[in-house]
Design a protein around this ligand. Structure first.
Ligand code: PMP
Length: 426
């Protein structure tokens, strides 16, 4: 850590700074469901490097595809025949992907979707939801969406805040921000303000503050309202894409957005994202009204990683298992919390889920997550870590195709032990 502080601003991953982990850890490599630190310790990994490693660490098919394509030299956007092949593959897999473009990461693809929506509608603003995260670029860094929201425990309306210094003046005015899962409020807001709104953007499952499913009818209602008012519906599938199903949340929930954004799991973490959508919207790019550039987009090794990842997912269809293991782990954690007298809220669809310490049996929207006891969560996360299990600091777990049933049992047993110790120490 001392060495890192001399060269890396902040010295260590923000996760450790935010959650006050007592140890500074640097990892050397990963394999399957495991990751290894610089001291040679092994960890069972439920972070998957913040989600992308849906096949687990160092999947051999992905590694050999990258190696093979790299040997052919580096070719980037619009130069490599494989870019076309990948687009055809995604068109086949994702229901709304009539046509698309590639970028480097989720944040860039979100901004492209905003541009397209503004260009087509001629309207200036976007409607987004409290607690949702859409990247770290300027405009979206204003809002009620910081993944480490520091808001004090309160169920009152949290104030919009900038979570970075140095943002441009006016960035906060780009957004109208509403609580999620409240269709009547969305309805009345759009009725009144649709003339200024280019797009509604949502995570189809809210994964960045708690892990919250849409209420029945909410996404359907949102779709209908966007149709009524000629507003673009943007699904931010950076987390849900290739995780809930090969066609993302839009396939899982059977709702067709106008534009959507994929990244993370698409290429096992190699830097590529996609903005996909209906021609009627994407024509803004086709016709050259919206510029889409980027020297390093769609490089052939990253395309190779994406093709290999998607091929393995298609061939092996691990989704039934990923859901089953996720749900098995969720119920095991609930049981462990019950036995040790902790009030733990475990929420999410299974392939990803959230654990938080709160008296609330169910969470519906961001404000419900403000009651979580962050101190207890930090104790839990570091207790698990000390026993060789990694979870994302804000309480999010990801399941990969490399996890085994034995991994799930190990995590449940370890959690029970950690929760038991926390109880005795209170
Ligand atoms: N949208 C969502 C829903 C995300 O979870 C993230 C990243 N966690 C992003 C956008 C930004 O993606 P990236 O970090 O690849 O820029």
């Amino acid at each position: 850590l001392e060495r890192a502080k001399k060269v890396l601003a902040g010295g260590v991953s923000s996760e450790f700074r935010k959650y006050n982990h007592p140890h500074a850890l640097f990892y050397t490599h990963g394999s399957g469901s495991r990751i290894y630190d610089a001291d040679g310790n092994e960890y069972l990994d439920f972070t998957l490097s913040q989600g992308p490693l849906i096949l687990g660490h160092s999947h051999p098919r992905v590694l050999s595809a990258v190696q093979e394509y790299s040997a052919g030299g580096q070719l980037f956007a619009g130069q490599h025949i494989r870019e076309l092949e990948l687009a055809e593959q995604l068109q086949r897999l994702i229901p709304s992907a009539e046509i698309m473009r590639f970028c480097l990461d989720g944040s860039e693809a979100v901004q492209t979707a905003f541009r397209v929506a503004r260009a087509k509608t001629g309207r200036p603003k976007f409607l987004r939801f409290e607690g949702h995260y859409h990247g770290w670029l300027d405009n979206v860094s204003w809002g009620i969406s910081a993944p480490d929201a520091t808001a004090a425990g309160s169920r009152n309306a949290p104030a919009a805040h900038a979570w970075s210094a140095g943002l441009p003046a006016g960035a906060r005015d780009e957004f109208i921000i509403l609580p999620w899962n409240d269709l009547p409020l969305l309805q009345s807001t759009l009725a009144e303000r649709h003339g200024e709104i280019a797009a509604v953007i949502t995570e189809p499952v809210m994964c960045n503050n708690g892990c919250i499913l849409p209420q029945p009818g909410f996404l359907e209602g949102m779709r209908a309202l966007c149709d009524t008012y000629g507003i673009a519906l943007i699904f931010d599938e950076v987390i849900t894409g290739f995780r809930l199903s090969l066609g993302g949340a839009q396939q899982y929930f059977n709702i067709t957005p106008d534009l959507s954004v994929f990244a993370k799991a698409m290429a096992s973490g190699y830097p590529i994202s996609a903005i996909v959508g209906k021609r009627a919207w994407m024509d803004q790019i086709t016709e050259g009204r919206v510029v889409h550039a980027g020297t390093m987009n769609a490089g052939n090794p990253t395309i190779a990683a994406a093709q290999a990842t998607l091929q393995v997912l298609e061939e092996t269809q691990p989704y039934e298992r990923i859901f089953r293991y996720g749900q098995m782990l969720m119920s095991g954690l609930r049981r462990a919390a019950g036995r040790t007298g902790h009030q733990m809220t475990v929420s999410g669809p299974g392939p990803m889920f959230h654990t938080g310490f709160s008296g609330q049996p169910a969470i519906r929207e961001y404000r419900d997550t403000l009651d979580f006891d962050r101190g207890l969560l930090a104790l839990f996360i570091s207790g698990m870590h000390d026993r060789g299990i990694r979870i994302i600091g804000r309480g999010l777990w990801y399941i990969s195709a490399a996890h085994t049933e034995a991994d799930i049992h190990l995590a449940v047993d370890t959690a029970e032990e950690v929760l038991g110790n926390m109880q005795h120490n209170q």
